[in-house]
Design a protein around this ligand. Structure first.
Ligand SMILES: Nc1nc2c(ncn2[C@@H]2O[C@H](COP(=O)(O)OP(=O)(O)OP(=O)(O)O)[C@@H](O)[C@H]2O)c(=O)[nH]1
Ligand SMILES: [Mg+2]
Length: 260
C-alpha cells in the first residue's frame, strides 16, 4: 500500500475534453514530456500531476470516443478549468464540442474557466510548423529532432504530404468560429461576456507536434486557476478534512501519472 502521507495532493484539477483524434493526449505529452510521440486512442481517462511552483495541479486526459462519453461528467466534477479541444482541420470536431461535450462540464466548479483549443495548427499554418522550446524560442527542424520520438524528427511522418514544409491542409475552423463558440459557451453557463475572461485570451491554436503555443496554453491556465487554488487551501485550513476521493486517486498511482 502506498503511504498516503507522502503523496502529493492535487490543489486543483484541469480537464481536457474533445472528440477522438483531436490530439488531447498528444498535447499533454508535449507539455509534460516535451515530446510528440505515437499515441493510442485513450481508454477511460488518465491524469498527470504537474508541480507548478508550490502547487500541485492534476491534468486529466479523457477519451473522446463515444463509448466513453458517460465518464466525461465524472472527470469534470470539481474542475477549475476545462480545455475544450478541437482539430483545426476538422469542422465537425468544433461542432461536437457544443453538441456532445459542453453539457459534461455541468459538474465543474461554478467559477470554472474554459479554454477553446484548436490543435494541429502545424497542418494549416506555416508559423505553427516551427518548433518551439519551453522558453518559446523558435527552432528549426533539425534542432527539433531531440524532442520528437519519431525517426524523421519533427514534423512527421515522412510519408505524409503535410510533413513537407509549405504543404498545408485547408483550415476548416478559423479563430473567429472559436471566438463565436466561446461566446455561446459563456451564455450556456449564464455568464456575462463583460465580466468573463475575453475570448481573445481563451481561444488558442496549438500544435502538439511542434509545441506551438502548448506551454502558453497550459501556463496561462495555471495562472488563471491560482485564485481557485488559494481559496481551496484556505477552506482546507479552516476545516482540515481529508478528501478521500482525491487521496485514493493519487495514492493508487504512486507517481506522477496514471489512468483509470
Ligand atoms: N499534425 C499533427 N498531428 C497531431 C497533433 N496532435 C495529435 N496529432 C495526431 O493525431 C492523432 C490523434 O492524437 P491523440 O493525441 O491520440 O488524440 P486524442 O484526442 O487523445 O484522441 P482520443 O484519445 O481517441 O480521444 C495521432 O495520430 C497524433 O499523432 C498535432 O498537433 N499535429
Ligand atoms: Mg487520447
Amino acid at each position: 500500500m502506498p503511504e498516503v502521507s507522502k503523496m502529493k495532493k492535487p490543489d486543483v484539477k484541469i480537464v481536457l475534453l474533445g472528440d477522438m483524434n483531436v490530439g488531447k493526449t498528444s498535447l499533454l505529452h508535449r507539455y509534460m514530456e516535451r515530446k510528440f510521440k505515437e499515441t493510442v486512442s485513450t481508454v477511460g481517462g488518465a491524469f498527470f500531476l504537474k508541480q507548478w511552483g508550490p502547487y500541485n495541479i492534476s491534468i486529466w486526459d479523457t477519451a473522446g470516443r463515444e463509448q466513453f462519453h458517460g465518464l466525461g461528467s465524472m472527470y469534470c466534477r470539481g474542475a477549475a478549468a476545462v480545455i475544450l479541444t478541437y482539430d483545426v482541420t476538422n469542422w465537425q470536431s468544433l461542432a461536437e464540442l457544443e453538441e456532445r461535450f459542453l453539457s459534461l462540464t455541468d459538474t465543474a466548479n461554478h467559477d470554472c474557466i474554459y479554454a477553446l483549443v484548436g490543435n494541429k495548427a502545424d497542418l494549416t499554418d506555416s508559423k505553427a510548423q516551427l518548433c518551439q522550446d519551453s522558453d518559446g524560442l523558435v527552432k528549426d527542424r533539425t534542432e527539433c529532432n531531440e524532442e520528437c520520438e519519431v525517426p524523421s524528427g519533427c514534423p512527421t511522418p515522412p510519408a505524409s504530404p503535410t510533413s513537407l514544409p509549405g504543404v498545408m491542409l485547408r483550415k476548416q475552423v478559423i479563430n473567429e468560429d472559436a471566438v463565436t463558440l466561446y461566446g455561446r459557451i459563456l451564455r450556456y453557463k449564464g455568464l456575462e461576456e463583460k465580466s468573463s475572461l475575453p475570448a481573445e485570451k481563451m481561444c488558442f491554436e496549438t500544435s502538439a507536434k511542434t509545441g506551438y503555443n502548448v506551454d502558453t496554453l497550459f501556463e496561462t491556465l495555471f495562472d488563471l486557476v491560482l485564485p481557485s487554488i488559494l481559496r481551496k487551501r484556505q477552506e482546507n485550513q479552516q476545516s482540515p478534512t481529508v478528501d478521500l476521493e482525491e487521496c485514493r486517486m493519487v495514492g493508487s498511482k504512486k507517481g506522477r501519472s496514471g489512468c483509470c
